[in-house]
Design a protein around this ligand. Structure first.
Ligand SMILES: [Zn+2]
Length: 123
């Protein structure tokens, strides 16, 4: 998904601002694992927490997933591929001892920040 993924989307920036306001410090748009070329939106290297802000369309959010009617088969395969890649990324990071937090772009920054902070507190 890295090619389509827009960097610094509005929901991502809102989450960064909210976490920063709460005192959290993190790296932005960085690959958690060397050799795994899949950047996370936020990375807390010391605690090994990686945060992804997933777009509802590109990552098939259960509430807002839509499937274009033109080239339907191609899109179905493409979007399913994105989700499979997400799960594979989660599995690789988890195996390497990371905690992965996935936030939907439709979630409020405050609730998303709560989830990230809860994950950080568990480390
Ligand atoms: Zn959504």
């Amino acid at each position: 998904m890295s090619r389509q993924r827009r960097v610094h989307t509005a929901p991502e920036i809102a989450l960064r601002r909210e976490l920063h306001r709460r005192g959290a410090r993190y790296f932005v748009d960085r690959a958690p694992l060397p050799g795994l070329r899949r950047r996370a939106d936020l990375v807390f290297p010391r605690l090994r927490v990686a945060v992804y802000v997933d777009g509802c369309f590109w990552h098939s959010c259960p509430e807002h997933a839509t499937f274009p009617k033109r080239n339907a088969e191609w899109w179905a395969a493409k979007l399913a591929g994105n989700v499979a890649r997400d799960r594979d990324t989660d599995a690789r990071l988890t195996t390497a001892g990371w905690l992965v937090v996935r936030v939907w772009e439709h979630e409020s920054a405050a609730l998303a920040a709560d989830r990230v902070q809860a994950a950080l507190a568990r480390r």
